[in-house]
Design a protein around this ligand. Sequence first.
Ligand code: ARG
Length: 458
Amino acid sequence: MALWGGRFSQAADQQFKHFNDSLRFDYRLAEQDIIGSIAWSKALVTVDVLSYDEQKKLEKALNELLDSVRQDPQQILQSDAEDIHSWVEQKLIEKVGDLGKKLHTGRSRNDQSTTDLKLWCKAEIAHLISGINQLRKRLVFTAEQHQDAVMPGYTHLQRAQPVTFAHWCLAYYEMLTRDESRLQDTFKRLDVSPLGCGALAGTAYPMDREQLANWLGFSTATNNSLDTVSDRDHVLELLNNASIGMVHLSRFAEDLIIFNSGEANFVELSERVTSGSSLMPQKKNPDALELIRGKVGRVVGALTGAMVTFKGLPLAYNKDLQEDKEHLFDALDTWQACLDMAALVLEDIKINYQNCQDAAKQGYSNATELADYLVAKGIPFRQAHHIVGEAVVAAIAKQKALEELTLEELKVFSDVIENDVYPILSLESCLAKRSAKGGVSPIQVKFAIDNAKQQLSL
Ligand code: ARG
């Protein structure tokens, strides 16, 4: 029988029951529902609804249930209870009889479901942060190993200026650092307890909601009951955080897919994270990375879906809000899986130093150096830019790199050019010159690695 059966004389249509029930996905909130129920039973003692002994009995039974769902969460799915709140109450009544029927006094599934989900979100944030930090560590280790791997840096996917593989790794390290801090911010805002707001107007039992919040590990209790039972900002924030995090991971994946292509051949992915073709025996496909790139779609879709679901809902609780969970569970599971997979891909990636360096030397990525050289010899930058443009056109015609032009050939473009230009045009010089904070010089990259290691307590 449903929790609300008394008012009804007809059973629910099976089709409606299946449509309405949420147990098949909210069973994941079992632990939180039980922990919330224990705290609620303690609050009921303070308002004389339960005696101390009754509360102890309920707490013992709820703790047994907690052990049992921790061991076998799937058992819940055998039940035809409407949702996780009904399931816990049913189980409790099976264990302690009529005493179990007192637990829901002064409480509603409206404050209960949002409390459960907030508790789940708090644990999930800790889990995601640990996934992010694993990947940050892996990026720093990889950067540390490949400080000497010079490769082309791109803008518009055109070779622009040389960078190092280490500098590339550290770019993603920065994005992940922001992803982590976004989760910390979200945590602070959602760490407020909804329990004791009842269905919408507040509980009719004069309990201390701050104490209740404290028992549940929340920093404080919410201020307004109407807002509390209908607030899903934390769901939207987490979906937003996940979407931004997945956008980062999709760019990481795309860069590596390009680096791994036959044309670039800068990196080689391990056989542990690639797969073969059923038809073409030579293929080793970057499936792990393609899936990371592809899965951003469902995460951004979940954010969009949740935004549209919550838009225009009248206060306070509406059943539409039950749609919060599937979006959130799927998006956060996906983000977590992609973080883990990205770390695995980096674990034994091989960098082809020679190919990276050869590519960095092509494409006139030292043209800016020649312009800066002319500037140092007194030529205004705009004019220097023009001169180098002409030199590049001539070099292309001769199928030579700038540093392969003889001094005589270079002097055609400006007679201030002397033999001292050649060291300036080397890859080493291109890197070393970029020594201001955040630049690609080996000293700055080392400094960034040391800072990152300190941040991660490595
Ligand atoms: N399963 C519901 C949810 O997740 C619980 C709240 C039900 N409240 C109600 N008034 N029917 O939102």
